[in-house]
Design a protein around this ligand. Sequence first.
Ligand SMILES: Nc1nc2c(c(=O)[nH]1)N[C@H]1C(S)=C(S)[C@@H](COP(=O)(O)O)O[C@H]1N2
Ligand SMILES: [Mo]
Length: 505
Amino acid sequence: MTTRRTPWVLSGVLAGLAGLATSYATAMVLTIRESPVVAVAEQVIKLTPGAAAERAISVLGHWDKPALVAGILVLLLACFAGAGLLARRGWWWPMLVWFALAGLGLASVLLQRAAGVVDALPVVVGLVTWVTVHSALTDALHRGQRRPELESHERRVFLMVAGVVAVASVGIAVAGRFVGAGRRHVEVSRRLLRIPGVTRRQAPAATSLGLPGIAPWETPNEDFYRIDTTIALPTIEPDEWSLRIHGLVDREVTLSYSDLVARQMTESWITLNCVSNEVGGGLVGNARWSGVRIADLLADLSVSAEADCVLQTSHDGWFCATPLETLTDDRDAMLAVAMNGRPLPIEHGFPVRTIVPGLYGYVSATKWVVDYEVSTFADAVGYWTTKGWSAEGPVKIASRIDVPRSGDEVAAGEVTFGGVAWHQHTGIDGVEVQVDGGAWQPAELGEVPSVDTWVQWAVTLDVGEGDHEVRVRAVGKDGETQTSAIARPDPDGSTGLHAIEISAS
Ligand SMILES: Nc1nc2c(c(=O)[nH]1)N[C@H]1C(S)=C(S)[C@@H](COP(=O)(O)O)O[C@H]1N2
Ligand SMILES: [Mo]
């Protein structure tokens, strides 16, 4: 076998294709994005100078992208074959190719807009498959080489493994395609959906102080933080969605999507944040939510007097118990169908999720929600409350410095500081900034439409040369001043003041 190159090339190519198949399938199962190969193609397009891109388009027409993807696949095949041949020299040689390609793939997926760690997973899965399959195949070849008397036996082993790998790869790729098609189908339904009563309105101008570096008052959907316990996002067609409301009610109902959107629509700007957010962290965002008030829905069903919570369950099996009071008082707790004027993104709970102003997400903001059981806290527990988080989760007052960034060097003299502060459903009355433990200086606040959103703040202070520590604190409309006492996120939200270090020269 030493002289024959074919089995080595074959093992490299098969192992590479197996890796492509699993990485494609992983991408399809995990996300609505394309596979890593397409991510590479997109990076190539981004890095191609305009003139060269135009020439390619004029020659290939709109076949330019398929041609590019095909070109990348051909190059990949050549690399797989090369890795196969390199394995003849020793087991570690192909690693050069493995890690070069995996590095390229990783860089491409992570450079995509709003990429997260999960986007790296298809590349990792593909690499692991490739390495494992390649080792299995070349082991058989090496054994055959060392022991010529076993050669025909090892050849059979090789061919068997190769056959299994080929069949499994095709199967996995087809399964991935199938899952991905379902997901894309829901994405198309989502894009085509026009929901009566959902309007697209820009944030009121006065909410922004116009200081570069502060988080935009309206968080774009693509930049909104995400917390999911599921890796594969549920994909639910609106036609297939329903919400059952039952438990301690006189009359139980099951609402379809069309039942829901036929009702009176409400729209509000509401800031949502995660109980796991560290002081100064980014697990918070503000959006304009459109949906149906839960209070109106529950009023129709006559909730029994002993009930004090609603146990919400999602399509993916996540659950939480929400204080009944927050769903029935005058706040805009809603079954939301749209976010910033667009149907909810799949990642944020399409087609329907719950939004409750004033509560952390873990006790209220159920995405892909399908079941409401009116109940009592004595009987119901949430996903996170079983893991030691507190049962009721009112948000705590918080503030953050966005600009300058900690570690920045600034010019001594007048320095403008800015950021955001929030205390949903109570409201922010003032924000104060302190340099090196000195006097607290009041900041200017942006305007807000209600007490349910965050507020931008900014202040310009005179800063002398040298290193400084700058801290921020907020004061709520209820008179509460944000505490400097440090608490960890668990069990009911972090406290402490956000501080940055800057050096002025
Ligand atoms: N189905 C489901 N809903 C969920 C969660 C989840 O993991 N699964 N996480 C919750 C938590 S902890 C938070 S903070 C918010 C986050 O919502 P977002 O991902 O839209 O920002 O959703 C809540 N709803
Ligand atoms: Mo959360």
